[in-house]
Write a protein that binds this ligand. Sequence first.
Ligand code: SF4
Ligand code: SF4
Length: 98
Amino acid sequence: MTAHRTREIKRWKVPKGRVCVQDDLCKGCGFCIDFCPKDVLSAASHYNVKGYHPPELVDPEECIMCRFCELICPDFAIWTEQPDQEGQEQEEEDQDAG
Ligand code: SF4
Ligand code: SF4
């Protein structure tokens, strides 16, 4: 998890924790967006350093923390955090995306 902190991380509050995205690791495959069972992810309008649209949470309140996005991402660009996990306290230091 330490590697995730070397670059900007976006975190969205969801009912049971947070969903986090490190934009620049994303290769735009869309797996997380296509397979989220609650359709709460969408491609952002901006580009990352690789020229892809990373995912963003468009409806955080509907996230059920199933972790499927984290499990399916081939590049570890999206992951979840539960309140008692390391990193939760870092929220003020990282970009808060919503
Ligand atoms: S944890 Fe589950 S519901 Fe929440 S964004 Fe990821 S795939 Fe969707
Ligand atoms: S699964 Fe990973 S690499 Fe693919 S779009 Fe989602 S965050 Fe990006």
